[in-house]
Design a binder for this molecule. Structure first.
Ligand SMILES: *Cc1c(COP(=O)(O)O)cnc(C)c1O
Length: 482
């Protein structure tokens, strides 16, 4: 029990305040609340009222003073409106990806081009010929929707599509290697994104992994000596997300294909990213293409739809007609098949590759990857004063050169020159930095950067010109605390 008179006084003031908080029923019957019910529905409004009243009770208990009109209708209405807007936000929200990783797996990888978005909308708003042959008037095969484009672009005899590249590898292994052995180089037993590990996929696909060679060196004779009656295929995995340097050796696809074919075995290449474009021609580090692997003699090639290809999440398998036919007969194909949205988007993206000259302009992934430092710098200069202003009293900002990454396991050693706004808190210590990072994350459209060398770094490469007004506007709402 407190005997301090001041304490007792504030205690009784709080009790009076608590008693003044309106009841749920009273708020429900306010005229402004009726309007909100019309907009959001009765159940969400009732739930928001309970949330707001609980917040008020909490504030009365913890805050020293509250404005006199805190419980008046206009103030309650504003709080309710804010709570309802917050609760009505979709679970999947847009963000600004200023992390410097262009194809960020956690942020949804490739952004679709407008033509692909329109194709998805068209496919979703009316019935479509997903599995219907409009010429013959009979049942069709959904893979027929993209097979001709993939044949044209990669030179493959046949193609099929599943949910992602992990599924593509899994399905191919399970179809051709069940209870048999798959020969892979030790240097290629990679883990991608923490959840795709070649040995684990292989075990789940019912195949036995036959590792050959060493981490840094594998020779043709290592493969040759491991082929037995139990061998189902030779597999090459593109070690896209790491590079070993120094005393290394691996076997060219051509030689592996020749060896496999001498033993009547298929040779498969998991490319991971697998671009269809000539990246070197675009001034980017080169990356193997499915057309090159097929030309080298690969019987099957698997790659992702949403990495460098710049399309929807998908796993694409191209290659020999008889092998693709077997894969499509596997009952698991049905379990891994993709929706009409994916076919619509993938077809639209693939069509862009028919016109290599306008590809960069039309495909967001390649547009962002090939942006010049000069262009990024202009954008950085433009937004810099607004960021500096929003940080006043809390942090300083500077425009600095930085390096972007392609991401999604592509080309780890090849970084792209870029420009960032580097933010340093005035207060010392890691928590000040964390608070700045959090404040940007709590904006209406969260801004995600990266923490590097005690600064919060916003890589401007992926900020699109038309998003700048939106970006600048919301900086007024940046809430920094000390
Ligand atoms: C990314 C990657 C995968 C997995 O592809 P998802 O489309 O993410 O399922 C498999 N293999 C390699 C070599 C990769 O780079």
């Amino acid at each position: 029990m407190s005997t301090n008179p001041a304490n007792t006084e504030s205690h009784s003031a709080a009790s009076a305040m608590l008693a003044a908080i309106p009841s749920v029923d009273r708020v429900l019957n306010m005229a402004t609340t009726l309007a909100l019910i019309g907009e959001f529905g009765r159940v969400p409004v009732s739930s928001a009222i309970r949330t707001v009243l609980a917040q008020l009770r909490d504030q009365v208990v913890h805050a020293d003073t509250l404005p006199a009109d805190t419980f008046a209708e206009p103030a309650i209405h504003l709080r309710l409106q804010a709570a309802l807007r917050l609760a009505a936000r979709p679970a999947l929200r847009q963000v600004f990806n200023l992390t410097g990783t262009v194809l960020h797996t956690n942020l949804g990888r490739a952004q679709l081009p407008d033509v692909a978005i329109q194709a998805v909308i068209d496919a979703m708003t009316r019935p479509c010929n997903l599995e219907y042959d409009l010429d013959g008037g009979s049942r069709g095969d959904r893979d027929n929707l993209i097979e001709p484009m993939l044949q044209e672009l990669t030179g493959a005899e046949a193609a099929t599509v599943v949910n992602n590249n992990a599924a593509a590898v899994f399905l191919a292994l399970n179809t051709l290697g069940l209870r048999k052995e798959i020969i892979v180089s030790r240097g290629e037993l990679v883990e991608i994104g923490g959840s795709f590990r070649v040995p684990d996929i292989m075990a789940r696909a019912g195949c036995k992994l036959r590792e050959v060679g060493t981490t840094n060196r594998t020779h043709l004779k290592d493969y040759a000596e491991s082929i037995t009656g139990k061998t189902a295929m030779l597999l090459k995995v593109h070690t896209s997300n790491y590079a070993i340097q120094g005393f290394t050796a691996s076997v060219a696809e051509k030689e592996m294909a020749k060896l496999a074919h001498e033993h009547d075995l298929p040779f498969m290449v998991d490319l991971g990213s697998g671009t269809l474009a000539n990246l070197r021609g675009l001034g980017l580090p080169s990356e193997p293409t499915p057309q090159e692997s097929l030309a080298s003699g690969a019987d099957l090639v698997t790659f992702s739809g949403d990495k460098l290809l710049g399309g929807p999440q998908a796993g694409i398998i191209v290659g020999r007609k008889d092998l693709i036919a077997k894969i499509k007969k596997n009952p698991l194909k049905r379990a891994l098949r993709v929706d009409k949205m994916t076919y619509a988007a993938l077809d639209a993206v693939l069509r862009l590759y028919r016109d290599p000259e306008s590809l960069v302009q039309n495909l967001p992934t390649l547009r962002l990857l090939t942006r010049s430092v000069e262009e990024i710098e202009v954008m950085a200069n433009h937004i810099f004063p607004f960021i500096a202003l929003a940080l006043t009293g809390h942090a300083t900002a500077a425009i600095k050169p930085c390096q972007s990454q392609i991401g999604s396991g592509s080309l780890p050693v090849n970084l792209l020159s870029s420009v960032c706004i580097s933010i340093s808190p005035l207060a010392k210590g890691g928590t000040a930095l964390k608070r700045i990072e959090q404040a940007f994350r709590q904006l209406p459209i969260p801004v995600l950067g990266r923490i590097a060398e005690s600064t919060f770094c916003l890589d401007i490469r992926c900020l699109e010109t038309e998003q700048i007004p939106e970006f600048i506007n919301q900086l007024k709402q940046l809430t920094l605390t000390t």
